[in-house]
Design a protein around this ligand. Structure first.
Ligand code: DLL
Length: 433
């Protein structure tokens, strides 16, 4: 269902008029309030008044993660701390976390966008949402929570972890919508099976999964195992958190971006030039309405493309293709560019393996080697060694044929790859150590 009929179905012309008005006001305000941006705009020789059309967006300088780090923690806030009611931060596995703030109005905007998102994903009043995204500095838990309440659904604020208890609550409370990372969804299903709780007997209709890359074949696998309709939700702390874009449950063909609040672009990552229509490149966002932490042309490093074709669901908002990976996730194995999600696609097409895998990159001399560790079921593992070797060869051959890269494949025992409660760690890079 469309939560905000007026905005989500705006004709493009009307939408662009709103975007331009908001963009101009935003740049004006940012220039006046954030010294960092004022300096950047001055250096680029652009004045807020120069923004006359949406095309002028490309005159503005980019903002990078490094800029956020340089201004750690609150240097890019555009309002006094008195007006900041919430602070979140990205997990920051490498280096400093990036810190973002929200005014009361930002929290309300975010709740509205998450209500739209949950609604697009199949939720409505009367649904019970089992929210297993982590609560805390991570934006997933609280983002979904506020959206669920705004929608009028009942939210179970279970957060991540304590997996067995989650299964009991799913059995007893009868939630109808599951929200968590796709990798945690699989972990929950596995725990349920061990506890004798049958997912097909639970009441889930939809799962709203995101915060990490997952492939189309992984979607099918999750839908089969969890007996629900799985949709992809995208977002990032720097832009607002979850609720930047979501697939509609009707089409599941690309994620509608809430363009009345965020202006998307695709650029060529090497040059920063705008990509052509439909071309795949790096996603860049400019916030249009955020008060505490507005952002201009933020380079997400996420790889996607934009599709302006109409969607069967009736929403007019542009769709981004699922994020296949990040520019900094790309592995270069003997000259071949490889994204973990491409390996995942090949693995998930094979019925012999389980949806649990990890990639290990090692350097031997000057060569980088990729080892794909993937689990097989109990049955396969008890087969003869020669059968396992044959399967390893078959997987390596499929990867070679699809991606053009030679990898080592190692079948591992069931449940030996670490399960995640949040974002899965798919790649172990031993080259950095
Ligand atoms: O992961 C926000 C979020 C929470 C999104 C819950 C969806 C659901 P960060 O921790 O700042 O925010 O991480 C943002 O995660 O730049 C992408 O690289 C990745 N990411 C998020 N959603 C998806 C997705 C949250 N659906 C970073 N597919 C982003 C692929 C995703 N990658």
């Amino acid at each position: 269902m469309i939560y905000n009929m007026e905005f989500e179905t705006l004709p493009r012309e009307a939408l662009e008029a709103i975007q331009l008005r908001r963009l101009r006001a935003n740049v004006e305000r940012i220039y006046a309030t954030v010294p960092f941006y004022r300096r950047k705009l001055d250096e680029a020789g652009v004045k807020p008044g120069d923004i006359q059309s949406l095309k002028d967006l490309s005159r503005l300088p980019f903002t990078t993660k490094q800029d956020l780090r340089d201004n750690y923690p609150f240097g890019m806030f555009a309002v006094p701390m008195d007006n900041v009611v919430r602070i979140h931060a990205s997990s920051g596995t490498t280096g400093q976390p990036t810190v973002v703030g929200y005014t009361a109005r930002d929290v309300a905007t975010w709740a509205e966008l998450m209500a739209r998102a949950l609604s697009a994903g199949g939720a409505s009043r009367g649904d019970i949402i089992h929210n297993a995204y982590g609560y805390g500095l991570f934006t997933g838990g609280l983002g979904v929570h506020y959206g669920a309440e705004k929608l009028g659904a009942s939210v179970i604020p279970i957060s991540g972890g304590n997996t067995k208890r989650q299964v009991l609550i799913m059995r007893d409370f009868g939630p109808t919508i599951l929200t968590c990372t796709p990798s945690y969804a699989l972990h929950l299903a596995e725990a349920a099976q061990e506890m004798g709780v049958d997912f097909s007997a639970l009441k889930f209709k939809s799962g709203i999964f995101g915060a990490e890359p997952w492939s189309e074949t992984m979607r099918l696998e999750i839908e089969r195992i969890l007996h629900l309709s799985a949709v992809d939700i995208y977002g990032l702390s720097e832009v607002i958190g979850p609720g930047v874009a979501i697939e509609c449950v009707e089409a599941k063909k690309g994620l509608h971006i809430f363009e009345d609040h965020f202006l998307p672009e695709i650029i060529r990552p090497e040059t920063g030039d705008p990509a052509g229509p439909g071309e795949t490149g790096e996603l860049v966002f400019t916030s249009l309405t955020k008060e505490a932490f507005p952002i201009l042309r933020y380079r997400t490093r996420d790889i996607s493309s934009l599709n302006y074709a109409p969607c069967i669901c009736g929403r007019t908002m542009v769709r981004m293709t699922r994020v296949s990976g990040r520019t900094d996730d790309m592995l270069i194995i003997r000259g071949v560019n490889v994204f973990p999600s491409q390996i995942e696609s090949v693995l998930m097409e094979m019925t012999e393996v389980e949806p649990h895998y990890q990639l290990v990159v090692d350097r031997e001399g000057t060569l980088d080697n990729l080892t794909v560790n993937v689990e097989v079921g109990e049955q396969a593992f008890s087969d003869e060694v020669k059968d396992l070797l044959t399967l390893e060869k078959k997987i390596a051959k499929n990867i070679k044929e699809t991606l053009g890269v030679s990898v080592r494949v190692k079948l591992v025992e069931p449940k030996t790859i670490a399960r995640s409660e949040g974002k899965a760690q798919r790649v172990i890079d031993n080259r950095k150590i």
